[in-house]
Design a protein around this ligand. Structure first.
Ligand SMILES: NC(=O)c1ccc[n+]([C@@H]2O[C@H](COP(=O)([O-])OP(=O)(O)OC[C@H]3O[C@@H](n4cnc5c(N)ncnc54)[C@H](OP(=O)(O)O)[C@@H]3O)[C@@H](O)[C@H]2O)c1
Length: 286
């Protein structure tokens, strides 16, 4: 099955569904990625901090590189010019690939001026090591600051990857990204499994003869976002792919919009404690 794509401003495309790999490590990661490729996944989301790039590299070995879309992310301590060049090369070596399709700033870090990071992105693109660049966990304020700087350096911020699911419908942020031509990616699109327990999601699933996970993913896709659910069983992997040949009605989509609780699962105090987020996020990933 060919997964539909969204287009970045620079003309490159990203498959609308990818495999999230946070907390997939070791043999489990190798097996899951292999199964995903067998089933037809062509988009893998990883990050240097996930500690699984070597395993992903082992699983994609022999798979035609041009048929794969790989995203990785530079950790927030590695955003200075020299460090990000080094981090990217390490990521490429671990993955056993010559280039990344998408390289993201994992979290904003106000202690490191973004100009250096963007300059490094420009250099990585010039060297052909990265096809498209973007950000993750950027709020509108972060983007307002970054976009003019990127423009002056001739860099496109192609993508913003953020937590997004029916309990955290970041409408203002996703609309802002769309307006600016930034493709929006929903991470934790199943709310790490929590949203699947919502009775309204279960009711919709029953109505459509789908599973709660499929309803969540369909809602995310209908909002114009790319979805990167993590799944580790063949059943979940297969189920999550079956979201392209049916639609939620406008009415049901709106009902799910109303489930929003502004409930963050990842870094729940991110919005409130933005100033101290470096320490906070550091703890989360320990
Ligand atoms: N940029 C960032 O800062 C950031 C932060 C968080 C996540 N991410 C990315 O986003 C990806 C996805 O987010 P996530 O891992 O936090 O959570 P998620 O994808 O919302 O949820 C994953 C959970 O849902 C379960 N699941 C998957 N498919 C299912 C199905 N069809 N039915 C029932 N349960 C199902 C999984 O169980 P099984 O494993 O048992 O299948 C797992 O427990 C991550 O893996 C990572 O790549 C990025």
């Amino acid at each position: 099955m060919q997964i539909p794509t969204a287009k970045f401003k620079n003309g490159n495309s990203i498959p609308l569904l990818g495999l999230g790999t946070w907390q997939l490590t070791g043999k489990k990661c190798r097996d899951t990625v292999k199964t995903a490729l067998e089933i037809g996944y062509a988009h893998i989301d990883t990050a240097e901090i996930y500690g699984n790039q070597k395993e992903i590299g082992a699983s994609i070995k022999g798979f035609p590189r041009e048929k794969l879309f790989i995203t990785s992310k530079a950790w927030m301590k590695n955003l200075k010019f020299e460090k990000i060049l080094k981090a990217c090369k390490k990521t490429l070596a671990e993955l056993g690939t010559d280039y990344l399709d998408l390289y993201l700033i994992h979290w904003p870090n106000k202690k490191i001026p973004i100009e250096g990071t963007l300059n490094a992105f420009a250099e990585l693109q010039k060297q052909g090591l990265v096809k498209s660049c973007g950000v993750s966990n950027f709020t509108i304020r972060h983007l307002e600051e970054a976009l003019p700087k990127a423009k002056s350096l001739g860099i496109e911020i192609a993508n913003n990857q953020c937590e997004f699911h029916p309990h955290l419908y970041q409408k203002e942020l996703s609309d802002y990204c769309t307006k600016k031509g930034i493709v929006f990616t929903a991470y934790s699109p199943l709310g790490r499994g929590n949203v699947l327990e919502d009775s309204a999601i279960k009711i919709a699933a029953k109505k459509y003869g789908k599973t709660p996970a499929q309803v969540c993913l369909k809602w995310v896709l209908q909002k114009g976002a790319v979805a990167i659910p993590k799944a580790s069983s063949r059943q979940h992997l297969e189920e999550n792919m079956l979201v392209f040949d049916w639609q939620l009605s406008k009415e049901d989509e709106k009902t799910i919009d109303l489930l929003n609780k502004n409930q963050r699962i990842i870094a729940p105090f991110f919005a409130e404690f933005e100033d101290s987020r470096n320490n906070f996020i550091g703890n989360i990933f320990k």
